[in-house]
Ligand binder design. Sequence first.
Ligand code: NDP
Length: 229
Amino acid sequence: SSSRLPLTLIVATTPSLGIGKNGGLPWPMLKKEMAYFARVTKRVPTSSSITASSSPSSSSGGSSPNICNAVIMGRKTWDSIPPRFRPLKDRLNVVISRSPDASIAGVAEAAAKGNSVVTASSLSAALAKLEALLLINGEPLAGLGRVFVIGGAALYKAALETPNARTVLLTRIARDWDCDTFFPVDVEGPGWTRKSNDELSAFVGEEVPQGSVRELEVEFEFRLFEREG
Ligand code: NDP
C-alpha cells in the first residue's frame, strides 16, 4: 500500500450519511445528479490541476487521446449498474472483489466487446495495477487522469483508511431516506474542510450551481471537502 496516487471519493449521501438500500440507491433516479457524476468522472483535468500527470493535456475541454480517468468500485456497486451501462464508458473501470478471478458478472462480456475492466483483490492491489498499467513509454502515469473511488461503503472505507484519499465530492441529499448502507465518515465534522463553490467548480472543471438543486421533488447540493493535514 505504498501507492501515492491521489484518490477522489465521489458519493451522494443523506443527512444521516445513507448511501444505499437493497443494493441500489435509496432515492429515485436523479438524472441531473447522475449526469454530474458522469461528466465529473469522465473529465480529465488539465495538467496544471493534476498532481500525478507530467504530460501536457488539452485544455480545450476535449478529451486527450490515451488519457482517461479511472473509477474504482466494489463488486456490489458494479453489480448495481445495469449491464447495458457497464463498464462506465470513457473511464477505466476497476472492480474490487476478494475473489476477482471467479467470474464477476459482466466482466467477460465487457472484454468480449473490447471494453477492458481491471479486477483486483484489494484497493492497494488495484492501485499497484493502475500504476503498472500506466507506465507508458517509460513515462510514469502519463496515461492516467484522476482516480475516483465511486463506492460502495466498503470501498469508501478502504480508501479512507489510506492517506491517498484527500478529496470528497459529496452530493448532499437534503432529506433522509430509508437506507441500509452508510458512508463511513462525516466529512462535515473534524478533520475535513468544506471548500467554496468556486473551488468546487475549479476542481471539477465546470461551473457548479451554488445552493440546492431540485429534481423529482428531491433537493440536493454539490459540495467539495478536503482532508486536513
Ligand atoms: P461495495 O460496492 O463496496 O462492494 C462490496 C464488495 O466489494 C465486497 O463484497 C467485496 O466483493 C469487495 N470488497 C470490498 N472491500 C474490499 C476489500 N477491502 N478487499 C477486497 N474486496 C473488497 O458494497 P456495499 O454494500 O458497501 O455498497 C453497495 C451499496 O452502496 C449499494 O446499495 C449501492 O447502490 C450503494 N452505492 C451508493 C452510492 C452513492 O453515492 N449513494 C455510490 C455507490 C454505491 P466480493 O464479495 O466479490 O469479495
